[in-house]
Design a protein around this ligand. Structure first.
Ligand code: SAH
Ligand code: SF4
Length: 429
């Protein structure tokens, strides 16, 4: 776990975590019991069918049927799969499950944002009997529902303004675990074919999931293989059916993986820029020491498929007195000149112990004006779900609090189940 122990002293000295890619910690002993088919790629699903003896000739057709039940209908039980033969259904349920990650808690913000703490089944011997926990956030909007998914448990990068970066990395999520977050959201929102997530024009807080952003926990491009596979499953038009143009992968600037994201996933790209000078970006986003601004911007210019309809989003967190001057705004515009781009100014979301403050509103407005005058429309992103610590960079807080409280209750002999809130089934009506 060398990559996970990027200690505080090294961090304060501004050192860059010495990793190129997070190790996967692939199962050294496959956990006992049946594994879930939820979230698998078509190839993996076929392999699971082959493993229970489905002939090569039949695999394609059978996989297509099961795929439909999993990803269009959201089946929770093999018995729902009416066009799959009795014998195969029995074999499937003997060998596999349709389990989703467990919803440990659901929090609903005043603005309709929902944050789920999800527990994955144990994936390897390092996790013993307790699966990894991650957070996933659903943000309803006008005519859209955006799901913010996690790609890793924690993050090895240590951006100084980000709470997730203070959490020790446990591991990469598998492609299935990333995709399963969409499945959970669709379950919770009743958003499957044949169901009705919301009557037309009614509850604004329950829009179907239409957009995916990889802006939860983790650096997606340190887990690029699984992220690319997950995008493939999400964008399968005979499955989860999302549009690749509505799937955005955000990176802090892992330059060598950016090209692949364009060619292999055709996903939209977001760059966590946050500073326009190397000296400042080195401290805010330490990965900048490895891939400085010039390299990052060159990789952006070369991103496959860029045009005015497929722009790169540049995220810029507004930190009081740090990166929010008029000169910074002008330099930002200059730096991005010629790149089909959107600029998102993100008011800094504070977290306990953070060293920064959010810029004053007047400052953000002035900064936005300079950006707007350069031709970028509505650049300020309204923070969502702040009251439940679901906004950008706040993920982890609740999980950590839960752990502390659960530990306390265990110490008091109450047992964890005495504390964890059961998912509120009434929300599925
Ligand atoms: N690791 C990836 C994706 C997850 S972070 C990345 O860094 O791009 C999602 C976005 O939230 C990034 O732009 C990140 O810089 C931003 N962010 C992190 N902490 C924040 C905070 N406290 N306030 C506002 N935005 C933050
Ligand atoms: Fe990791 Fe992104 Fe947070 Fe940086 S901003 S620590 S890359 S999650």
């Amino acid at each position: 776990m060398a990559t996970a122990s990027f200690d505080t002293a090294a961090r304060e000295a501004g050192a860059v975590p010495a990793i190129e890619k997070t190790p996967d910690f692939l199962p050294e002993a496959v956990p006992a019991g049946r594994s879930s088919l939820v979230g698998l790629t078509r190839e993996d699903l076929k392999a699971r069918l082959a493993a229970i003896g489905v002939s090569e000739r039949e695999q394609r057709m059978r996989a297509g049927q099961v795929w439909h039940w999993l990803n269009v209908r959201g089946a929770r039980d093999f018995s729902d799969m009416t066009n799959v033969g009795k014998g195969l259904k029995a074999q499937l349920s003997e060998a596999y499950t349709l389990d989703r990650p467990e919803v440990v808690t659901e929090q609903v913000s005043r603005d309709g944002t929902r944050k789920w703490l999800l527990r994955m089944p144990p994936a390897n011997r390092h996790e013993h009997n307790r699966g990894a926990e991650i957070e996933c956030v659903y943000i309803p909007g006008r005519g859209r529902g955006t799901l913010c998914v996690s790609s890793q448990v924690g993050c090895t990068l240590t951006c100084s303004f980000c709470h997730t970066g203070t959490q020790r990395l446990v591991r990469n999520l598998t492609a299935a675990e990333i995709t399963a977050q969409v499945v959970v959201a669709r379950d919770r929102l009743n958003d499957w074919a044949g169901l009705n997530p919301t009557a037309p024009g009614a509850d604004e807080t329950r829009r179907p999931v239409t957009n995916i952003v990889f802006m939860g926990m983790g650096e997606p491009l340190y887990n690029a293989d699984n992220v690319i596979d997950a995008v493939g499953v999400m964008a399968d038009q005979e499955g989860l059916g999302l549009s690749r143009r509505r799937i955005t992968v955000s990176t802090s600037g892992v330059v060598p993986q950016m090209q692949r994201l364009g060619t292999d996933a055709h996903a939209m790209l977001a760059i966590s820029l946050h500073a326009v000078r190397d000296d400042l970006r080195d401290t805010l986003v330490p990965l900048n020491r490895k891939y400085p601004l010039a390299e990052l911007i060159a990789a952006c210019r070369a991103y496959p498929g860029l045009n005015n309809a497929r722009r790169i989003t540049f995220e810029y967190v507004m930190l009081k007195g740090v990166n929010d001057s008029d000169a910074d705004a002008r330099e930002l515009v200059r730096l991005l000149k010629g790149i089909p781009a959107k600029i998102n100014l993100i008011p800094f979301n504070p977290w306990p112990g953070s060293a920064y403050q959010c810029s004053e509103w007047e400052r953000i407005e002035r900064f936005a004006e300079i950006v707007y005058d350069a031709g970028y429309a509505s650049p300020v992103r309204t923070p969502r779900g702040r009251d439940i610590l679901a906004a950008c960079g706040q993920l982890k807080s609740e999980t950590e609090k839960l752990r502390a409280r659960a530990r306390m209750m265990l110490d008091e002999g109450l047992g964890a189940e005495g504390f964890y809130a059961a998912p509120d089934e009434s929300d599925d009506d």
